[in-house]
Design a protein around this ligand. Structure first.
Ligand code: URA
Length: 226
C-alpha cells in the first residue's frame, strides 16, 4: 500500500475525534508512472551531454561543433561515416553537405529516411583540418564514443560508409572493393561496408555497385522485419 492510502486510512479511522476540523480528500490521486530512464532516447541524450565538451584530442580546439549523430534512437540500422566535414561542423549534424544529400536520396530509394528506423553516426565526432583522414590516435580516442552509441541504439545492422569507417570497424586494412559483399561481425552485430556517398559523387561508375549494396541492405532489413 502506498503512503497516500496509509495516511488516508489512518485519518478516516480517527475522523470521529476531529469531526468538522478535518477534511479528508477523496481517494482520488494521480497514478505515478515509473520514470523510464532506460529508453534509448533518454540514454543517448544523457550520453551526448556527457561527451559533447570532449577535449580528448586537439580536434576539439578547432571544431565549431561536436557532431554527436542524429536519427531514431531505436533505429534498426546505423550508418557510420568517417568524420564531419565543414558543413557538418557548422551545423553540428552529420551528413548535411553534398554527400549527405546524396545519402538522403539513397535512403529514400530503399524506403528509408534518416528520422525513422535509421541513425547516422561518424567514427570521429569532430572535423579534421582540411578534411584530412583521421589519425589513428584520433580514432583511438573517439572509438569508445561510437561503441557506446551503438550499445545504446542496439541496431540490427551496421553499415560502414567508406574505407575509413570500414577498416576501423573490421580492424583490418584492405581495399574497399574487398570489404563489400561480406557480412562482418562487429561486437556481435552484422556489419556491411559500402562506398561513401562522397566517393559516389566523385566517381559515377561506383553508383551501380553501391546500388547493389543498398538493395542487399533493403532486402536484409525487410526479411528481418518480416
Ligand atoms: N562525410 C562523413 O563521413 N561524415 C559526415 O558527416 C559528412 C561527410
Amino acid at each position: 500500500m502506498n503512503n497516500f492510502l496509509l495516511i488516508h486510512d489512518f485519518l478516516k479511522k480517527y475522523k470521529k475525534l476531529f469531526v468538522n476540523e478535518l477534511f479528508i480528500p477523496p481517494k482520488v490521486f494521480v497514478k505515478q508512472e515509473p520514470r523510464s530512464n532506460s529508453g534509448a532516447k533518454y540514454e543517448l541524450k544523457k550520453y551526448e551531454n556527457l561527451i559533447c565538451n570532449c577535449q580528448e584530442c586537439h580536434l576539439s580546439e578547432i571544431r565549431k561543433n561536436f557532431v554527436f549523430g542524429t536519427g531514431d534512437p531505436n533505429a534498426d540500422i546505423v550508418f557510420i561515416g568517417e568524420a564531419p566535414g565543414a558543413e557538418e561542423d557548422s551545423k553540428g549534424l552529420p551528413f548535411t553537405g553534398k554527400a549527405g544529400k546524396l545519402l538522403n536520396k539513397i535512403l529514400s530509394a530503399i524506403n528509408m529516411n534518416r528520422h525513422e528506423g535509421v541513425f547516422i553516426l561518424n567514427v570521429l565526432k569532430c572535423r579534421t583540418p582540411d578534411n584530412r583522414d583521421p589519425l589513428p590516435s584520433e580514432i583511438e580516442k573517439c572509438m569508445p564514443y561510437l561503441q557506446k552509441q551503438i550499445n545504446i541504439i542496439n541496431p540490427k545492422l551496421i553499415v560502414a560508409l567508406g574505407k575509413v569507417a570500414g577498416k576501423t570497424l573490421i580492424k583490418e586494412d584492405m581495399p574497399l572493393k574487398n570489404m563489400r559483399g561480406i557480412t562482418f561481425d562487429y561486437c556481435g552485430k552484422p556489419l556491411r561496408v559500402t562506398y561513401h556517398p562522397a566517393a559516389l559523387l566523385r566517381n559515377q561508375n561506383l553508383k551501380r555497385l553501391a546500388w547493389d549494396d543498398f538493395q542487399w541492405i533493403k532486402e536484409y532489413m525487410n526479411e528481418l522485419n518480416g
